[in-house]
Write a protein that binds this ligand. Structure first.
Ligand SMILES: [Fe+2]
Ligand SMILES: [Fe+2]
Length: 407
């Protein structure tokens, strides 16, 4: 990439200052559709250039949606009502359901939070020109796990507020009742991920700038269905991909149990997103608006795929030892990330199809980036939570190591 080559020519200190701008420009250039670029632009500036998520003070994001009241209390969405009932029955308490007395050593060579081949160590060692000792590798693994879980936690905070906003804004009354249970779910997720990081890993990374961009864009969009699409389908899909991957590969028992419970909740959230948007997109928006949402979700899917590259770890440990472009190469070719992409898209693409955002017009674009194999998968309303967990368990036991998972 030409920007990378130009950046190489700069002295290191200057390069560190210029790189965020280059990344912001790159983010915009990655977005093919000008309308989508314009919609994400202000959030891109706030997240990538001003790094609003990393300023150490509370971040204020202006919300601008309408609260939708209905004094007639229509109960005309039986599937949402059913989800509401199920959500009430399946509440769990993070304090008592999880065994917090479990001793977790994040650098343990036996009980590994993530396996050794999660990261492409070979490539990393090649770029740095040195080999890591097993202890160093364990420390890096532990940092990668803490980084990943920190991003889960920050994403859950976004989900908590987005669920609250969507509950106000949504037009379906049964959806509002269901939404209230999601708010509780997300609060519990914040609670358990924070407790795990705080008491077991003793480390918390700041929010990744690209995750901030997505959360900022959703919080500030005034259209409830865009918020909904972004949160309930895209970010929840991302979360399911990430949680599912970690659930499959970790052999740390407390984290595994924690993730299993969170995944159960999240699968309800995505299911709700599919129900509400299927109804809305098929009946209440114009073809032009549908196309806009179709383009938006394709671009955001690509951004989610391409941009969660753990730069926070690079800045902490490896800056000066290899370039950002080399780090990007290490992370994006890591088996852990490939697995994550697989789980994420296998859930996400069928859901987009189900809500009407996978028309013949957009399919060639998905095909071009290698995602057409997911077109025929089961959407969230066609798969039960237990089937989903069962699928993850089967895949987990079938793979001796990550590198072999999708060979
Ligand atoms: Fe959540
Ligand atoms: Fe969720």
């Amino acid at each position: 990439m030409i920007t990378d080559k130009l950046l190489q020519l700069l002295p290191e200190k200057v390069r560190a200052r210029v790189e965020p701008y280059a990344e912001a420009a790159e983010l915009m250039s990655e977005v093919r559709d000008p309308k989508v670029a314009a919609a994400l632009g202000p959030s891109g500036v706030r997240g990538l250039i001003f790094q609003r998520g990393k300023q150490g003070v509370p971040t204020k994001i202006k919300a601008s949606h309408d609260a939708h009241f209905d004094w007639s209390y229509p109960m005309d969405q039986p599937e949402m009502r059913e989800l509401y009932t199920r959500a009430k029955q399946n509440q769990w308490d993070g304090d008592t359901w999880l065994d917090w007395s479990t001793n977790v050593d994040p650098e343990s060579p036996e009980v590994r939070i993530i396996p050794d081949d999660f990261l492409n160590f070979e490539k990393l060692e090649g770029y740095i020109g040195a080999r890591f000792t097993p202890r160093e590798k364990a420390r890096i693994r532990s940092d990668v796990a803490a980084w990943q879980l920190s991003q889960f936690l920050h994403g859950e905070q976004g989900a908590l507020f987005a669920a609250a906003q969507v509950t106000e804004a949504v037009q379906f009354f049964d959806g509002k009742l269901y939404g209230a249970t999601q708010v509780v779910d997300e609060a519990r997720h914040v609670e358990v991920f924070h407790r795990y990081l705080d008491t077991k890993l003793n480390k918390l990374y700041q929010i990744n700038d690209n995750l901030f961009v997505i959360i900022d864009a959703l919080m500030s969009d005034s259209r409830w269905d865009m918020k909904f699409l972004g949160m309930q389908i895209m970010v929840e899909g991302l979360a399911l991909g990430a949680f599912g991957t970690l659930y499959k590969i970790t052999n740390e028992p407390l984290l595994k149990e924690l993730l299993k419970n969170v995944i159960r909740d999240e699968s309800r959230h995505v299911h709700y997103g599919v129900l509400a948007l299927r109804e809305h997109f098929h009946k209440h928006i114009s073809e032009r608006e549908r196309r806009e949402r179709e383009d938006w979700s394709f671009e955001v899917a690509l951004l989610m795929r391409n941009r969660f590259l753990a730069y926070e770890i690079y800045e902490e440990r490896f800056e000066g030892l290899l370039t950002r472009a080399q780090w990007r190469d290490v992370v994006s070719t890591s088996p852990g990330l490939e697995e994550f992409r697989h789980v994420m898209f296998s859930r996400l693409v069928p859901n987009l199809r189900e809500i009407g955002l996978l028309s013949d017009r957009i399919k060639p674009h998905y095909d071009r980036v290698g995602l057409s194999k997911y077109f025929g998968g089961r959407s969230a309303d066609q798969i039960t939570t237990e089937e989903m967990i069962g699928e993850l368990d089967r895949e987990a036991s079938a793979i001796p190591s990550l590198a072999l998972a999708h060979a």
